[in-house]
Design a protein around this ligand. Structure first.
Ligand code: HAM
Length: 426
């Protein structure tokens, strides 16, 4: 679990703001659900046999003797809220997004934490493949807006209740025949959740799984049509993808479409999946709600931030102006403080060192702050009402009347390349 301090938080805010803007453009409204839910919610949706529920939940008993869990993901809580507020009675299609911390007791490494953040979106009420495609487009445009381009979309279909049992049986038969070649974990998975063998990272298990039955060959007609239509729609959107028949995901609620966005940057190590999702048409009903189809995804915010930090872009805001109080006397300090306050009210990011100190030390701080301009305020300036703006990147001093600093700064903002060519404001 990580602390986020100023200096780093700006990257997070950039990702969050980008998500809010973009998801809004697609008609997704934000939902916020509690961080704890009844443990049973996750058992019944994510699945008892998954690693998430079986091994990784932070579960505790509250003072009323109820078993609660810190949410390990956002899909089940959103579905619970959707059912509890009878949303399907008032609108046939709902599009929601959420962002916030999730908790999984995982083995930690780069990009894998016990408290991590997800940005997710869920679309309820549309069973058509166009909805799956639209959601993938949300992710594609989101990644584009973040400037993350080296990401591959993998898609697969896991079929539904009509066709998955036959695939499942074939897979178990095949894996049993290769039991000795599987790692100890997979031998156990074979008993409890054989699909999980397909995404084991062990090379031998991968080889066995790769040569095993292909889920796509078992799809019934409606599932096959859904998957083909989806691919045509992705083509229409110009979205590139790879069909990966071994993509199974770590949650049990999926039917038909599943997908993952995988980054190829070494900074993520093996935690290269920046997001994933799929269709879960049976979950609502399974939780006692209406028979409403749904599809969604979640992106790992921590991983997106790691990628962005590798990109070397700066996200920290730089002050427009650093005001230096040249004299330590009270009048000068008061004037500097008041000017700072006034400019902030005008919308500028202004720094003023409340500790005061020598001119030299304050100029050093001005330098370090990364401010675009500094302005020295001393007895002379106060008497004449005239000061000078110093472009910190170099260039001529700009005379400015103390009453119109805001105007001059505003003008500077429209002339980013040559601040020293500014006209004096009287
Ligand atoms: P998930 O694949 O378990 O799916 O998680 C989605 C994303 O969360 C992952 O791709 C990864 O980027 C990030 N993530 C997961 N665990 C960690 C961790 N321990 N540390 C850092 N990042 C992590 C879901 O959670 C589904 N609810 C997605 C979904 C929404 N399906 C349908 N709707």
């Amino acid at each position: 679990m990580n602390d986020l301090l100023p200096g780093e938080i700006e990257v997070w805010q950039f990702v969050e703001t980008t998500a809010r803007t973009l998801f809004g453009r697609f008609g997704y409204g934000e939902v916020r659900t509690p961080m704890v839910e009844d443990t049973a919610l996750f058992v019944r949706s994510v699945g008892e046999e998954t690693d998430i529920v079986g091994k990784e939940m932070y579960t505790f008993e509250d003072k009323g003797g109820r078993s609660l869990s810190l949410r390990p993901e956002g899909t089940a809580p959103a579905a619970r809220a959707y059912i509890e507020h009878s949303v399907s009675n008032v609108e046939p299609v709902s599009r929601w997004f959420y962002m916030g911390p999730m908790f999984r007791y995982e083995r930690m490494k780069t990009g894998r934490y016990r408290q991590f953040s997800q940005i997710g979106a869920e679309a309820y009420g549309a069973k058509e493949p166009a909805q799956d495609a639209e959601l993938m487009d949300v992710v594609v445009q989101f990644l584009e807006a973040l400037g993350l381009t080296d990401v591959t979309l993998n898609i697969n279909s896991l079929g539904d209740d009509a066709c998955r049992p036959a695939y499942h049986a074939k897979l178990v038969e095949y894996l049993n025949a290769h039991r000795e070649e599987l790692c100890a974990d997979c031998q156990q998975r074979l008993e409890r959740n054989p699909l999980r063998v397909l995404d084991c990272k062990n090379e031998k298990c991968q080889a066995v799984a790769g040569a095993g039955p292909n889920v796509l060959e078992f799809l019934c007609e409606p599932c096959r049509t859904h998957f083909t239509d989806l691919q045509r729609k992705l083509g229409a959107l110009g979205i590139r993808y790879v069909v990966n028949h071994r993509l199974v995901r770590g949650l049990d609620y999926y039917t038909r479409t599943v997908f993952e966005f995988i980054a190829s940057h070494p900074a993520l190590g093996t935690a290269s999946t920046v997001g994933g999702g799929g269709r879960y048409d049976k979950m609502m009903k399974g939780l006692g709600g209406p028979d409403v189809p749904a599809v969604g995804f979640a992106m790992g915010l921590d991983r997106l931030v790691l990628l962005l930090k590798e990109g070397g872009k700066t996200f920290t805001a730089q002050p427009d102006l650093f005001i230096v109080a040249a004299d330590v006397d009270a009048a000068c300090q008061d004037a500097a403080l008041a000017l700072t306050s006034r400019l902030r009210r005008e919308g500028f990011y202004v720094e003023f060192d409340t500790r005061g100190g020598s001119l030299k030390s304050q100029m050093k701080r001005a330098d370090k702050s990364g401010a675009r301009f500094s302005l020295v305020l001393g007895g002379d300036e106060l008497r004449s009402g005239q000061a000078k703006l110093k472009p910190m990147a170099g260039g001529d001093l700009i005379p400015v009347a103390l009453g119109s600093v805001a105007q001059t700064l505003r003008q500077a903002a429209t002339q980013p390349s040559s601040p020293s060519s500014l006209k004096t404001q009287e």
